[in-house]
Ligand binder design. Structure first.
Ligand SMILES: [Zn+2]
Length: 445
């Protein structure tokens, strides 16, 4: 018996395709070939803060066990599926496939995956590892897809992970409005949340399980285990046919991309980071309603930006004042001529709130009306009874802060695939492979 790990990435384009769909097709084809899956297909989201990412930045890995004499057939089936279903005509689509044989994925390839999820990796590094560990790699066009393909092989999801049930559409329906009964999605959410998450934006009542765009995904239900997402699927009334479905195991909703850094020299452009700092420039609202403020971190000044679509997070950041201490979570945008290094915020944790003090003119000791200033150090005068005083000074009041010492996360509709949402806190887990044996159905027949 041979163990084969098959990584695939960068096959789709904004106009068509989806690498998860190729994986779903391969589940059927490889099962027919008599390959045995040793894991759910892994859907690995890579660092969303690199500017050259593919849409959604998701790479796939299929892990199988099969007879030695089947390996060549398996490889041919995989290559044919990728070649038939990739959008080669699209300028930014550079598919990659990696085959790695062996029961255990080497630590070096696992480290490479970690880097591809949290930071920036190079094609040369991928090629070096492919060579060093005797993997087999096919890169089309620029070959850049190899990076994600190798990273998918390397991320075996032994730490925190979630599941996604993905249902696909008939080819003839792709590009049309997705027909799903919203009331049934709300009902499903009520019954299965928080074991499922991000199905509905409760504040806006918006259904989040259906993506937009011409890709073959009908809808996806995210959750903590394969049973709950499959059960949830049964509660959703689809008003168009489901072509096929597969349950994926994934790093979605785990914050796997965010790395806590302790010194400013570890903060590199396009990395996803967590830093703790003190607000030194108050939030200001810039055009397009984005909020920008600065924090001091390791003696450096860093801008933090909460964009309009981040909703709740943007509202929270507006309330920060100088002296507040926060943790900023997000992607690092490099410095430019007009702004310092900036963290595009996904979350903040409020650690310390300073009292917010406001100053008011004193009240008239004679009639009680608020007095007017007569000029700097000139004292106050009452407009009503004309009482004057040089001794009275401004009154300090401590305002109640609208913020709480807690976590604020961007609204569900603008969360990254990797962002850990509120319902997942406390549900983090590590892998228990023995559980896999109990699951009978994880893909359509
Ligand atoms: Zn008065």
């Amino acid at each position: 018996m041979t163990y084969l790990h098959i990584g695939i990435d960068d096959t789709d384009s904004p106009r068509r395709g989806c690498t998860t769909y190729i994986a779903a097709l391969l589940v059927e084809k490889l099962t027919k070939l008599d390959a045995r899956f040793i894991d759910y297909p892994n859907l690995i989201r890579l660092n969303p803060n690199v500017p050259w990412k593919t849409r959604g930045n998701g790479a796939l890995c299929l892990r199988i066990e099969c007879n030695e004499n089947l390996v060549q057939d398996v490889k041919e089936v995989v290559v044919a599926a990728v070649e038939e279903n990739s959008d080669f005509g699209n300028a930014g689509t550079d598919p990659g496939i990696v085959f790695f044989s062996g029961k255990v994925v080497p630590k070096e390839i696992r480290n490479f995956a970690k880097k591809a999820i949290q930071g920036v990796v190079k094609l040369d590094d991928a090629l070096r590892l492919v060579k060093e560990f005797g993997a087999e790699a096919l890169g089309y066009k620029s070959g850049r897809g190899l990076i994600g393909a190798l990273a998918a092989v390397g991320e075996n999801l032994e730490g925190d992970h979630t599941y996604e049930f993905i249902a696909y559409r008939l080819a003839k329906n792709c590009g049309t409005k997705r027909l799903v009964d919203a009331a049934s999605v709300r009902m499903m959410n009520e019954v299965t949340a928080p074991l499922t998450f991000n199905s509905i934006d409760l504040k806006e009542g918006r259904v989040l399980i259906t993506p937009r765009g011409p890709d073959p995904i009908f809808f996806g239900i995210r959750g903590e285990n394969p049973e709950i997402v499959t059960e949830a699927f049964g509660m959703v009334h689809a008003e168009e046919p489901v072509e096929r479905w597969v349950v994926f195991r994934t790093n979605q909703g785990t914050d796997a991309h965010l790395r806590r850094i302790d010194v400013i020299s570890d903060m590199h452009p396009f990395h996803s980071v967590i830093v703790r700092g003190t607000v030194v420039n108050a939030p200001k609202i810039v055009p397009l309603r984005h909020v920008i403020f600065s924090i001091e971190y390791d003696s450096a000044l860093i801008d933090c930006a909460a964009y309009e679509p981040t909703g709740d997070l943007r509202k929270a950041t507006k309330q920060l004042v100088i002296g507040d201490e926060i943790e900023a979570y997000g992607g690092v945008r490099p410095a430019s001529a007009t702004h310092p290094m900036t963290i595009n915020l996904e979350k903040i944790r409020v650690i310390k709130l300073v009292p917010k003090i406001s100053l008011h003119n004193p009240k008239c000791p004679v009639c009680g009306k608020t007095m007017s200033s007569m000029g700097k150090n000139q004292g106050y005068r009452c407009d009503k009874c004309e009482h004057k005083s040089k001794e009275l000074t401004k009154i300090q009041t401590t305002e109640k802060r609208a913020l709480e010492k807690r976590l604020y996360i961007t609204s569900p509709h603008s969360q990254r695939h990797l962002t850990k949402p509120f319902p997942r806190y406390g549900q983090e887990k590590t892998l228990d492979r023995s559980h896999f044996k109990m699951i009978q159905e994880w893909h359509s027949p």
